[in-house]
Design a binder for this molecule. Structure first.
Ligand code: CA
Length: 332
């Protein structure tokens, strides 16, 4: 097996706090023997479970970086039983450019897993997580948000998995995160996801979508902070009770949850994120921007539920994901 070129100046077996870098060689015009230093923190206190926490898998999603740079700075060794590995900005080149994908190779990190040690810059990052960091972890939290083109109601999520015990373990950890919503998530395409790689290794994996629009709010940042600490408590790495919050359970039973735009235009959402809808209710309208006098195209809910995600920019292109309706899971 080819060795990954990324080196790290932190030692994963050393007790204490270490702030350092994953150093990814990147030879280029403006830096012949240059590298990309990806910040990493390891906080370890004797034996116990390991949590791997990450943000900015997509570079335009900021709740993860804010919560995790902060956690890396403030988490004290005596608080920890076990180990916490924090990478606040996984796709660091994309994060620095505030873009979803890497400005170096166009790589979408969350479509590049399990990666390649001899691949593109983005594939090398993926490979390092797949073969070096994930095997160290028991519980993995990857904090996502909608980025510049989507906005979500804040949720923590787990996936349907083949193994019931594994699925229950992931679902329980997502509940522990205590976001305002907890979702059993359906992916459009599982190929290349960090999630899929972590789950294939049997890890307890929690992902989130906490907001969107290319920035982070005080509310969504506080949800990220609370959620990460809650999962660390749930894993037994931090002591103390979970900071609980009312969380609404959501499901995505089928592909009818997704609405895609057929024509480009000016999008008008007629309801807010989180609003409850019945089948047939008006969700949005697309206005023709090439002429006046044309009736807008109406988009109606195809099932009962809530508006869980929406296209964020004011203009929409054909093929864009316009809206996601998630169903409310009735009480136990
Ligand atoms: Ca994302």
């Amino acid at each position: 097996m080819i060795q990954n070129p990324i080196t790290s100046d932190v030692h994963f077996e050393r007790d204490g706090v270490q702030h350092g870098y994953l150093r990814l060689p990147h030879s280029r015009d403006d830096s012949a023997w240059g590298s990309i230093p990806i910040p990493i923190t390891v906080i370890k206190n004797e034996d116990g479970p390991t949590a791997l926490l990450s943000g900015a898998n997509h570079g335009d999603e900021f709740e993860g970086p804010v919560a995790l740079f902060d956690l890396a700075r403030t988490l004290a060794v005596p608080e920890v039983s076990g180990r916490v590995i924090i990478v606040p900005a996984m796709n660091y080149p994309a994060f620095r450019a505030s873009t979803r994908t890497s400005p170096i190779d166009g790589g979408n990190l969350n479509r590049s897993f399990p990666g390649r040690p001899d691949g593109t810059i983005t594939e090398k990052i993926a490979d390092f997580f797949s073969r070096t960091l994930l095997p160290l972890a028991d519980v993995v939290v990857d904090i996502h948000s909608g980025g510049k083109t989507l906005a979500f109601v804040p949720f923590a999520a787990s996936h349907e998995l083949g193994d019931q015990e594994h699925q229950a373990r992931c679902a329980t950890a997502a509940v522990a995160f205590a976001a305002p919503y907890t979702l059993r998530m359906r992916e459009l395409d599982t190929v290349g996801l960090y999630d899929t790689t972590a789950e294939s290794l049997g890890k307890t994996f929690v992902t989130t979508e906490l907001g969107g629009g290319g920035s982070a709010s005080a509310r969504t940042i506080s949800i990220a902070r609370r959620g990460v600490r809650n999962v660390l408590k749930h894993a037994g790495i931090l002591a103390g009770p979970l900071e609980s919050a009312v969380s609404i359970q959501l499901d995505m039973p089928g592909d009818e949850c997704f609405t895609f735009a057929d024509i480009p235009g000016l999008i008008e959402f007629c309801i807010e994120l989180g609003a409850e809808v019945r089948t047939g209710d008006l969700v949005a309208r697309t206005h023709d921007i090439t002429r006046t006098g044309a009736a807008p195209l109406e988009h109606h809910a195809q099932l009962d539920g809530i508006l869980a995600a929406r296209h964020f920019p004011g203009l929409i292109q054909s093929g864009d994901c316009m809206a996601v309706i998630a169903t409310l899971v009735k009480g136990d």
